[in-house]
Structure formats: structure tokens, C-alpha cells
Design a protein around this ligand. Sequence first.
Ligand code: ADP
Length: 560
Amino acid sequence: MKLRTHLVLTLSLSALLFALWAFLVANHAFQKTDIIIQQVLLGREASFLSGQIEKEGINDAFLNTYAEAHAVRLTLVDHAGNVLYDNEEAPNRMDNHALREEIHSALALGEGKAVRYSKTLQTDMVYVAKDQGNLVVRLAAPISSIGTWRKNFFSTFIPTLIPFLIILLTLCILYVTYLLRPLSQLSKAAAIWGNGKLTHQLLPEGPEEFQILARTMNQEARDLARRMEASENERQRYASILDTMVEGVILVDGKGRLVLSNRAARRFHGDELLSDSTIAQTIRHTVLADVVENSTIKFEDQVFSITTAPIHDGDEVSGAVVTLNDITRIQHLEQVRRDFVANVSHELKTPLTSILGFSDILAGEHLDEEERIHYATIILKGARRMQGIITDLLTLSSLETEGKQFPMEKVEVSDLVDDARESVRFACGQKRMHLVIGDTKGFQVTCARNLMVEALSNLLSNAIRYSPEGTDILVSARKDAKGTMISVTDHGYGISPQDQKRIFERFYRVDKARSRSQGGTGLGLSIVRHVMLIHKGSVKVQSTLGAGSTFTLVIPRELG
Ligand code: ADP
């Protein structure tokens, strides 16, 4: 049942009960008043009749007329209680009245009163008796005989009751509506606040208590909105801290299901990673044993170092935080470092072994001049080889030094080519090769001159090294939107597409024996690549196995 109906019914019922109570009280009061009035009137008449009887004696005709005229019952009783006269009944048929309450009182006190049901007249009667000296005069009349007040009251009360009730009900409804309006506003506002619109404000109206409540609730809503905004800001701050982290962070519940992940974790496909059996097992162990776990997993072509730490909810472990670190690059660098150390050791060990071996022979044996020269030449070759490797390593190391500045200058490409040609002139002549210098004049570039000459020399050395005797090498330059390009083309052995991808790695050689026999260190192209990186340029290769290769240095537009 609605509160409104409930209140209207309660109020109406209370009003009805009140009306009923008022009716009963009024009825009772009227009845009492009727009796008192009746008693007063009957008393006066009894006094009047006592006077008459004293003057005229018992005159039946007079008494009958009087009783009839005043609609009363008149009885005369002697002091022994015998009925001497009664206008309703024959006295000899009536029993002794000495013990009737009103007669008994009148005999004792001079006047007596009583109210009781009269069997003779079959109605409630009011009795008043007065001792006249010789006899008792008793008058009786029904209560209802003079109840005009009551009649008037009922004749007014009953017809006005219905309109009164209608007015009462209307007033109840209006009052309840007035009372409940702020309450319904309040419940509407609560629903709006519940939907998150905390800026909604209640109008303070209705009774004062509701107005206070409305103001308090408005204040509460404003405070709540402020607190929610603060907590949302806080949440966003944490979210942005999480999102700016390099490490992937994933929050999982006790069953290993994803709850939250940061941007890095999403980039690492954290949700897919969670289904990896190693991670799932690590999480399970962390949650069950309440311990921090570390593991490394390989996922597709990436390697992750993973830490799982338990999250506590009271004494219980409610989930875990999984931190993912992409260590692919670190592992790769570690591998490169190991390979590099192994390569350097190996590259130095070979000439060193031969130097040591042949030095031993030179020192110990009795050798003729020819043998001595032969062994000394081998030692010299080994030492030169070591020197070449060490020089190249130092060059590479200097190129890789972070923040190192190389002075830049504007130079003619033809000057760079001339310098480089000088450095390979001897090797070129030895293999009877012909260096064709194409169109290199008129091109100017800004570069670290020595480094660029070194890069060009390395390309020319390789072209000589990996081409058959007597073939031509072409050097040319051109300019386009990207910058200036200097190309070295040979008609040598060429490089397969697979090897083209790796020849710029340190110590990578397609044919180790050929490279070593030709005095290669395996570092030349690595140096070229670094020189071009310093110039923010690049080196490209085009090659066909058995037909020849073209290496191109690309010097970017801003330097070209
Ligand atoms: P290396 O000192 O061995 O020449 P580089 O780094 O200069 O080392 O070259 C790496 C490898 O690339 C060489 O060992 C060789 O196998 C291959 N290479 C380089 N230049 C040429 C070329 N012009 N023609 C064929 N192969 C080449």
C-alpha cells in the first residue's frame, strides 16, 4: 500500500473514531442532562402538588387531570409504604413501595430520586419523591419525554456527518499531499543521484524538517560529488602513471583472470600471455603459496622477464600483480656481446698462434736465409693482421662512443673519391684492376671527411678483394630528393640475398677463408654502416651472385 493511501486511511479512521467518541460522550452527557432537568422539573411539580394536597386533600379528579396534562405518572404513598393513589394503576393492586429507592430516601431525607426501568410502562423512568409530612408525593416521567436537546443534537449531527466526512477526507488528502510532496521529490532525487548525476539539487519546500533534510542532502550530494571527483582524479593519476611505465603491469584475480592492465601490458598482448602455461603456473603458485615468483618466458619472438607478487585482502591472497619486462633487446645485446668477445678472441688467436709458432722456430732452429725470410714474412703477416683487426676495432669503438663529436666540413665528392683511391691504389694494381671514376665532380657534401674517406676506402677494398683479377670497378655520384649518393660497383662474386642481410654485422663474412686470405677483418662494412649512421645516412647493397655488387652511400639531403 502506498504511503499516501496509508496516511489518508489512518487520518480518516482517526477522525471517524474521534467522531464516534464525541457522539458517544455527547449522547451520554445529553442523557445525564435530560435526567437532571427531568428531576428538577419533577421536583418542582412534586412541591407544587404537596402544597395542593395539603390544602385540598387527595382529590382524584384533580390529580388525574394534572398527571395527564403534565404527562407524568403520579403516585401517593403513606409513610408505611402503602400506595394511596396512582394515576396509572389501582392502588390496591400495587405492592408496598416503602423500599422503592426514591420513597426510601424521601422518608429518610425528605426527598428521593431514582432512575430505573419501569415494567409497567416498559421504559426508563426518572422518579422524584417528596415527603409532604403525612404522605410521600412521587412523580415519574420517561427519560425520553423531554430529550429535546438530544433530539436536536441528533437531527443536526446525522445529516451533517456525511458532508463533514467528505470535507475531512479532502482535507486529509490535501494535507497528506502537502506532506508527501517533498518526500517524493526526495525519492526522485535519490534515484537521480543513484544514476550518478550528483549535480542535481533538491528544492527545499514543505515542512521545516523536510527543508532541513533537503539542504543537508544537497550538501551531502555536493560533498560526495567532490569526493568522487577527487577519487576519479586520483584514479586517473594512477592510471597515467601505470600507462607511462615501460613495464607491463597486469592485475589478476585469485583465479588468474585479468582485472586490469596498463598500456605496455596491452602492447605485449598481456591477455594472451596470461594463457601461457608458465605464467598461469607462476600466478597459481604466487596466489596459493603467497610468495613473489620470477620467471622468464619466450612469447612469439619476444622474451619477457616476469615477476608475480601476491595482492592481499586482509589475510587472504585475493590476486596477483604480474610485471612484464621485455628483455628481448637486452638478451639480444647480451648475445651480441658474447659473440663479439668470442669473435675478437678467435680472430686475434689465429694470427697470434702463427706469430708464436714461427717466432719459436726462428728463435730455436738453425735456419738458412731463405727459410728465415719466409718465417719472418709469415710473422709479419700475422702481426699486420692483428694490427688491422685492432685498428678496425678501435675505429668501431670510437664511432660507437656516444656523444662523440666529429668535425664536419663541406667537401667535393670527387676529392673524397681521390683520397680513397689513393689508399687502394696498391691493392688495385696488384690485381690489375681498373678503377673507373664516373661523374663525381660538382657534388658537394657536408661530412666528417676522414670518416667518409675511410668508408669509401672500405667499399673499394671490398670491391677489389671480392672481384676476379683484371675486372673494372666503377665509382659514381648522383643527387636526388633524398640526398647525395656515392656508389661503388664491381663485377665480382656477388652476395646472396640471405648474406646481404648480415654482411653489415661485425665479423660476418660470407667466405671466411677468402676474406682472411685477402686480408679482411670482417669489420669493414660494420665501420661503413657506423660512419653513415653518424651522418644520419645509410648504406645500401644491390648484388647478384656471380655478377657483381653495388654498394651505395646515402648522404641525407641536409648534408648533401
Ligand atoms: P671483410 O673484412 O671480410 O671484407 P667486411 O665487413 O668488409 O669484412 O665484409 C663482410 C663480408 O661481406 C665479406 O667478408 C664478404 O664476404 C662480403 N662482401 C663485402 N663486400 C663485398 C663485395 N663487394 N663483393 C662480394 N662480397 C662482399
